[in-house]
Design a protein around this ligand. Sequence first.
Ligand code: SF4
Ligand code: SF4
Length: 189
Amino acid sequence: MPRTESDVRWVDEPRLGFWEQLYIPAMLDGLKTTIGHIFRPQVRTEQYPEQEPKLPGNYRGVHRLNRDEEGRVKCVACYMCATACPAHCIDIVAAPAPTEWQKDGREKYPETFVIDELRCIYCGMCEEACPVDAIELTTLYDLTGLSREQMVFDKEKLLSVFDQTTKAGTDPVRTRSGRLSVASETPPG
Ligand code: SF4
Ligand code: SF4
């Protein structure tokens, strides 16, 4: 989604008081933290990227768009995720489903489906809102790009994350019969 001038919110920098301008309290605070770590036995630094981080089971990383059993995008373009998204970073254009899909009861599908991964706050609301488990947040955390445009994921990219994570086995397919995620806790139905 391209940004316009009206999307920018300007904020005033807070004014520093006398003590804050001296920086001495901040330095003492920093020294206190440093000295505290010297006497703490545990090593808390993870040597990333040599050392892979231990992610919690409910970690919310890069999105994926799931495929159905036929390999088609599972999304039915209901806009529930985009409506629930507090960051307004999901942009969907719905279209009538192809004729052969309509035999399976599919009325619509997303002609385009775009998520601005830089604007996202990874809250998981989209995953919770989806009635057909079509969108999920995966455990992929090393999200990088060389430009803002590269971080705006389109449908093909989001489907490729599904392919990548299912092939690697890093993220189980979180369907209603699966074990992980809020959606999968719903009994089969
Ligand atoms: S994780 Fe939250 S912020 Fe990100 S796309 Fe989903 S609903 Fe929006
Ligand atoms: S991902 Fe799910 S909630 Fe979002 S439009 Fe598609 S079917 Fe609806």
